[in-house]
Design a protein around this ligand. Structure first.
Ligand code: MN
Length: 290
C-alpha cells in the first residue's frame, strides 16, 4: 500500500497524505552493478526491499508538500516504453472523423496495429516540462494509464498478468501529427510523461475500471474510463510478452481515450486517474525548435 516517487535531485520519496517523505537512504539496499548493466530498472526490480527499508525512515525523513515537489519519472531506467495504438473505440471514431488525424484515412484499432515502442529517452516526470520542439506542427496530449512491470517474463498468461505488475502511474503519450511512424512522432524528448509517483499494484483492485480526466487550461478535453479499453491491462501484458521479453521497469502506456487535442507553449495540463494520482504538467518551448 505505497506510493513511491523520485523527485528533484534523484531523491526517493514515499507519500504520506499530501506530503512526500524523503527516504533516500533506503536506496542503499540496491545492489552495486558493473558493466554490462542488466536491462531493467534496479529500483523496480528491488521494490519490496526498498519499501521495507523506507518504512523505518518515515518518522525522521524530511517532509515536503506534494504541491512543492518536482517529480521525476518514478522509473529511471525503463528498458522499454511500450505504446498501445488506438485502444479505445471512441478514439478510433474521432481519428477517422478528423479525416485521418495522422494522415491515415482508415484508422483501425490495436488488433490491426499491434504495439509500438517509444524511445526511453523521451521519459520524464510530471514535474518536468513537456517541450514543444516543432511549433509549426500540431502536438497532441494523450492521457493514459501506465502499468509498470515488476516481474519480467515471456509468454505471460492472462491469468498471471497482474502478478507481473509492480504498480501504476499516470501517463501522457505526447504525439506530433504527421506521416512518420508512431515510434518517431511519440519519441521526442519529454514526450513520455509518467508519474507523479508509482502506486503499488495492491492499491488498485481493478486497473480496468479507473476514471480519468485531462483538462487544458481548465477546460475538460478527456474524460473516460479504462473499462473502455479494447485490450485490457491483462491482455496488453499477455500480448506484449509474446513479442518482447518483459523486464522490471518496462512500462506499458495502455492507450488514450477520445478527446485528444492540441497543446501550445504556456498551456497547463491537469491530469487525474482515479486511485493513481493527479498532476499539473506545463507545456514549454524546447531549447532548440525546428
Ligand atoms: Mn497513446
Amino acid at each position: 500500500m505505497t506510493k513511491i516517487c523520485r523527485f528533484e535531485g534523484n531523491r526517493l520519496g514515499i507519500l504520506d497524505g499530501d506530503q512526500v517523505v524523503d527516504v533516500t537512504p533506503a536506496l542503499d539496499v540496491l545492489p552495486a552493478v558493473r558493466w554490462p548493466i542488466p536491462a531493467g530498472d534496479l529500483l523496480i526490480q528491488n521494490l519490496g526491499a526498498v519499501i521495507a527499508a523506507s518504512l523505518p525512515l518515515m518518522a525522521t525523513g524530511a517532509r515536503h508538500a506534494v504541491a512543492a515537489v518536482n517529480f521525476l519519472s518514478p522509473v529511471a531506467n525503463s528498458s522499454k516504453v511500450i505504446g498501445a495504438p488506438v485502444n479505445y473505440s471512441k478514439h478510433q471514431d474521432e481519428a477517422n472523423a478528423d479525416g485521418g488525424k495522422n494522415f491515415d484515412l482508415d484508422v483501425k484499432t490495436i488488433d490491426h496495429y499491434g504495439l509500438f515502442l517509444k524511445a526511453n529517452s523521451s521519459l520524464v516526470g510530471t514535474g518536468e516540462m513537456i517541450e514543444i520542439a516543432y511549433p509549426s506542427r500540431r502536438t497532441d496530449h494523450e492521457i493514459e494509464l501506465v502499468a509498470v512491470i515488476g516481474k519480467g517474463g515471456r509468454n505471460i498468461a492472462r491469468d498471471d498478468a497482474l502478478d507481473h505488475v509492480a504498480g501504476y502511474c499516470l501517463g501522457l503519450d505526447m504525439t506530433i501529427r504527421g506521416t512518420e511512424d508512431r515510434s518517431l512522432r511519440k519519441s521526442l524528448d519529454t514526450f513520455s510523461v509518467a508519474g507523479p509517483w508509482l502506486v503499488t499494484s495492491d492499491e488498485i483492485a481493478d486497473p480496468n475500471a479507473l476514471q480519468m480526466t485531462l483538462t487544458v487550461n481548465g477546460g475538460v478535453r478527456q474524460h473516460a474510463n479504462t473499462a473502455d479499453m479494447i485490450f485490457d491491462v491483462q491482455k496488453l501484458i499477455e500480448y506484449a510478452s509474446q513479442f518482447y521479453t518483459l523486464v522490471p521497469g518496462d512500462m506499458i502506456f495502455t492507450g488514450t481515450p477520445e478527446g485528444v487535442g492540441p497543446v501550445d507553449v504556456g498551456d497547463m495540463l491537469n491530469c487525474t486517474i482515479e486511485g493513481v494520482g493527479s498532476a499539473a504538467v506545463i507545456i514549454g518551448a524546447a531549447a532548440r525548435q525546428y
